[in-house]
Design a binder for this molecule. Structure first.
Ligand SMILES: [Zn+2]
Length: 218
């Protein structure tokens, strides 16, 4: 039997579990974390960043504790089953803030990094958001490979990122469109600002940024 058929069959035979801790969950919650895990992602009370070219920045929780571990398990241990329940966290945040974007755009990773990692985490995280909001998920941006940003102060991050993004020639027109940019973590916001600037220069009327987590600045 092909793997394509085995997947649905397995879902029927094996009761759904929380992708974080493995505890059983109700069938209707098959793509969500259990209540105990959800309780470990306390929502952030207010908008936490003001960025150029960005209308608002929304994040589900702090980059801390269980949420930071889950993001690392997705990105570095290739636990792709985490993409859907993490995506559902983004969906809940988007719905709570009545976001109605014309386009859902994942924050791109560079081609070498995607080859090295084997997948694009923001593309995966964006799937549930696009589906829930009824907006197309569009890989509208490309990103040039640059040295890792980790550890650089904001001014140097910005310099490192200058001209790092460009709009994909095959992307649909952005003129007058509202864009929701999706990423896993926001730190200084320099990356989001650069990506948003490229989208706005291509005609996007507004860019909101939605991330799973916000990291405290070093
Ligand atoms: Zn759990």
């Amino acid at each position: 039997m092909s793997g394509r058929l085995l997947g649905p069959l397995r879902d029927l035979l094996v009761p759904p579990t929380c992708a974080s801790c493995g505890v059983g969950v109700h069938a209707g919650d098959a793509h969500r974390f259990c209540d105990a895990c959800l309780a470990e992602f306390p929502p952030l009370p207010i908008a936490h960043r003001r960025l150029a070219d960005v209308t608002q920045v929304l994040s589900c929780s702090a980059f801390d504790g269980l949420l930071s571990l889950l993001i690392q398990r997705l990105k570095y241990e290739r636990e792709l089953a985490l993409a859907r329940p993490l995506g559902e966290l983004l969906v809940q945040k988007a719905l709570a803030h009545d976001l109605e974007p014309d386009l859902v755009v994942p924050m791109p990773i560079s081609r070498p990094r995607q080859v090295e990692r084997g997948f694009d985490h923001a593309w995966l995280l964006s799937a549930a958001v696009a589906e829930a909001l009824g907006a197309p998920r569009v890989a509208a941006l490309h990103r040039e490979h640059r040295p890792a940003q980790v550890g650089l102060p904001k001014a140097e991050r910005r310099e490192n990122l200058a001209q790092a993004f460009w709009v994909a020639p095959e992307a649909p027109s952005l003129t007058g469109r509202t864009v929701l940019l999706i990423d896993d973590v926001i730190t200084t916001g320099a990356t989001a600002e650069e990506a948003a600037r490229s989208l706005r220069e291509a005609g996007a009327s507004s860019v909101d940024v939605l991330t799973l987590a916000v990291a405290l600045q070093p």
